[in-house]
Structure formats: structure tokens, C-alpha cells
Design a protein around this ligand. Structure first.
Ligand code: ZN
Length: 419
């Protein structure tokens, strides 16, 4: 049944807020927007739900996360490994130690928690990385849109052969709910050059969604360029890859990825902390999209992405929470608030809100459904009841600084209330 939803302010992405704004929802999609007066006049007789002093805002996009790790904080407690990691490699080793004793069922439960927490935080779509491909069936009953990137990595050719077969079996299997299956070659320091090239080539020829962690830590830069440092010494030896340390490439991560065919617009890059000006220009020239994960970068003490330069150069930015192994919540509201503070006004409030909405939806190829409250898109929106009175001129500042998860009074996916 058609319905008009109205509230004090309707806030879309990249547009001034509409006072007394309204949405007409028909068959799960937005059929019209405007002031309540306009929409009622054009569609007389349609039921009106008036949320009074509330704000109507789009569902948010978490462009990079690992929802199967949502229970990680509890796993760390169970394993008595709660102390903060000393550095990036220490964190990776701890992740591997804790994960290796878990049965598949734990990932299934953890992923369900991640989906539930994401929906409750007003997230409408995710770019979710899944290392345990079998638990993907949980997405069948989830309202989330986006991409489910099946993770793969490896250096040993014999092992890669098996992994590759299993990966393509999974990709050709059943569809899972509303998410599109894709591939996540983990990073330039965990995949052989040959396998990385093949994956990128396949993603482009088959038009598969793709995402890659890139230039996250100083250790990665040192390893990719010189095959040395803590990743070579501690990580490669811990996982038994001593014999697979590659020859030094002499290249920084972005240039290395470029050589392997990884700079194509369908490859959503993640982190981009360690980038020089020439690399930023190259990413812009190649029309790359980059998901920033500032809370994760701060927690792992790997550095700060040059967000202002990236934005000015034209690299299309979005936001991700990363996993609860390196972050405190799966809320993009929290990520925006942290980013606002962490990047210290390099990105203004409307830009951050764009990154969390339209920019995120474009990065996951779902802009026809989510990213803005505009006619034609899915009726995916949140009803916020702010703790204080919000002036129209300050609404974007309020949204990006106020950790609005607690303001959420109702959430709609395709016109269906979720709470
Ligand atoms: Zn990640």
C-alpha cells in the first residue's frame, strides 16, 4: 500500500535538507519526494505517517567490513589475548592464533551478529569480506544489499590451485539474498604475483565485484618494495611461508598493484594510508574508489590516510568500519564521527555524509537502490530523533559528529519497518 512519510527534516545526500519534507513510498520504492504539502497535493488520499520532530535520512553504507569477525572481542577474551597488539604484525599474528582454533559454527554465529548489528546501526549495504565462504548462506535472509567479497590469498602454487577451484565453485553456486558475490584478493603482501594477476583479470572479464586492502601499514610498504621487515621476519615465518618470500619488487604498493592489473575502477581499494602525491594522482587518473577505515587505522597505529589530498585529487572516497578485531562498533555513524575528528576538517560534513551514503552506494554498484532519498531508489531510510534541537543550517554537522546510532527510532528497508 502507498504511504507518505514526513518529518521535520528530510535529509538526502548532496542536497539541501527539506523542511517538512516527505517521501511517497510505492511498492518498496520512493515514488516522489518534496515538502509534505507538495506530495500530499500531488497524491491525495494516500495515508500519511508523520514522524513530527524527527529527521528522515538515507540508510548508510559500510563499504568495508568483515562481519564474520563480529564476535572477535569475545574470542580474544576466551583466548586470554585481550592486551592491545604492539604493532600491525603483532595484531595479524594474534588474529591468526585466535581464529585457528574456532569451528565454522562460531563464524556463522558471529556473522549473524554482524548482520544484526549493522541493520540496527542504520546500515543498508555492506562491502563484506568473507574468508569462510561456506557461511555466506546467512545472507539469504538478510535485508542488507551490497557485495559479499569472498577472500582469497596464498603464495604456495599447489595450495593456490585448490583455493582457486573452491573460490570459483562458490562464485558459481547459489545466489545469496540481495548481495552480489565478488572476490577479495586480500592484499599485495599475501598473494603471489601470478595469482593476483589472474584474479584481477577474471574480475574484469567476468565483471565481478572486487576489493583489495592496499597501502595499510609501513610494514606493507617495506615488504612489497624490499621483501624485508616484520612481515618477512615474523608473519611469513609464523604461517610457514619462509620459502615463498617474493623477490623485492622495488615498487611501492600502488605501483606494484598497477603492474599486476589491479588499478581498474571495479576494484574497491581499502585503507590507502601510505600514499605519496604521485600515487594519489595515479589513483585519481585511474578513477579508483577508496574505502577509508580511520578507526581501524588509529587502533592499529598504522598512520593516517591523506584524506584531504585524496578528495581534492578526485579519488572517490567512502567509509568502512573494518572488523570488530580492530574497531569498537559496526556503526558508520561512529565511523563518520571519528573521521570528522581524525581528519581534522580535511573533509567537511557534507563530504563525509556523501561518503557514507551516495559515495558508498556507488562504490558497491548499488546506487540505483541506495545512497540518497530520491524518486526511483529503494525506500531505504532511517528515522532519527535527535537528542537536541537541530537547526537546518547545522544538520550535516550534527549528523557527522553525533554518533547518531542512539537516535534511530525506526529503519525502513524497501519500505518495510525493521524495528
Ligand atoms: Zn579489512
Amino acid at each position: 500500500m502507498d504511504c507518505i512519510y514526513t518529518a521535520k527534516l528530510l535529509v538526502s545526500s548532496d542536497a539541501p535538507p527539506v523542511e517538512g519534507g516527505a517521501l511517497l513510498v510505492h511498492a518498496g520504492r520512493i515514488a516522489a519526494t518534496g515538502t509534505c504539502h507538495q506530495v500530499r497535493r500531488n497524491y491525495p488520499g494516500v495515508e500519511v505517517v508523520d514522524f513530527g520532530d524527527a529527521l528522515l535520512v538515507p540508510l548508510l553504507i559500510n563499504a568495508h567490513t568483515h562481519l564474520e569477525l563480529t564476535d572477535f572481542p569475545q574470542w580474544a577474551i576466551d583466548a586470554e589475548e585481550e592486551a592491545p597488539p604492539r604493532d600491525f604484525v603483532d595484531w595479524m599474528l594474534r588474529l591468526i592464533r585466535i581464529k585457528k582454533n574456532l569451528q565454522e559454527d562460531r563464524y556463522r554465529i558471529s556473522l549473524q551478529h554482524g548482520i544484526d548489528q549493522s541493520v540496527a546501526a542504520g546500515t543498508g549495504a555492506v562491502g563484506d569480506i568473507l574468508a569462510h565462504h561456506a557461511v555466506r548462506s546467512l545472507y539469504q535472509d538478510s535485508p542488507l544489499l551490497g557485495s559479499l567479497f569472498l577472500e582469497t590469498l596464498g603464495q604456495d602454487p599447489a595450495v593456490i590451485c585448490r583455493l582457486n577451484d573452491r573460490l570459483y565453485e562458490a562464485l558459481e553456486g547459489e545466489t545469496v539474498g540481495s548481495v552480489e558475490l565478488g572476490i577479495s584478493p586480500h592484499s599485495p603482501y599475501t598473494i603471489s604475483q601470478d595469482y593476483l594477476r589472474r584474479l584481477y583479470s577474471r574480475c574484469q572479464s567476468d565483471k565481478l565485484p572486487c576489493t583489495t586492502h592496499l597501502a595499510e601499514s609501513p610494514e606493507e610498504v617495506e615488504f612489497v618494495e624490499r621483501s624485508q621487515g616484520a612481515l618477512a621476519r615474523r608473519f611469513y615465518s609464523y604461517i610457514g611461508w619462509e620459502n615463498f618470500v617474493p623477490q623485492p619488487s622495488g615498487l611501492r604498493p600502488v605501483e606494484y598493484l598497477h603492474q599486476q592489473g589491479g588499478l581498474f575502477p571495479g576494484n574497491l581499494l581499502v585503507h590507502g594510508v601510505h600514499l605519496n602525491d604521485a600515487e594519489i594522482d595515479l589513483l585519481a587518473e585511474k578513477q579508483m574508489r577508496l574505502a577509508l577505515c580511520p578507526r581501524s587505522n588509529a587502533r592499529l597505529n598504522v598512520g593516517k590516510a591523506p584524506a584531504g589530498k585524496l578528495h581534492q585529487a578526485g579519488v572517490k572516497l567512502t567509509l568502512g568500519t573494518d572488523s570488530l578485531a580492530s574497531c569498537d562498533s559496526l556503526s558508520i555513524w561512529d565511523e563518520m564521527a571519528f573521521a570528522h575528528h581524525w581528519f581534522d576538517a580535511q573533509l567537511d560534513a557534507p563530504t563525509l555524509f556523501h561518503m557514507a551514503t551516495r559515495g558508498g552506494a556507488e562504490s558497491l554498484g548499488i546506487a540505483k537502490d541506495l545512497g540518497a532519498l530520491e524518486a526511483g531508489r529503494a525506500a531505504g531510510f532511517q528515522v532519527l530523533r535527535p537528542k537536541t534541537t537541530v537547526a537546518v543550517s547545522e544538520v550535516f554537522d550534527y549528523l557527522v559528529t553525533s554518533h547518531c546510532t542512539d537516535d534511530i527510532a525506526q529503519i525502513y528497508h524497501f519500505g518495510q519497518p525493521q524495528l
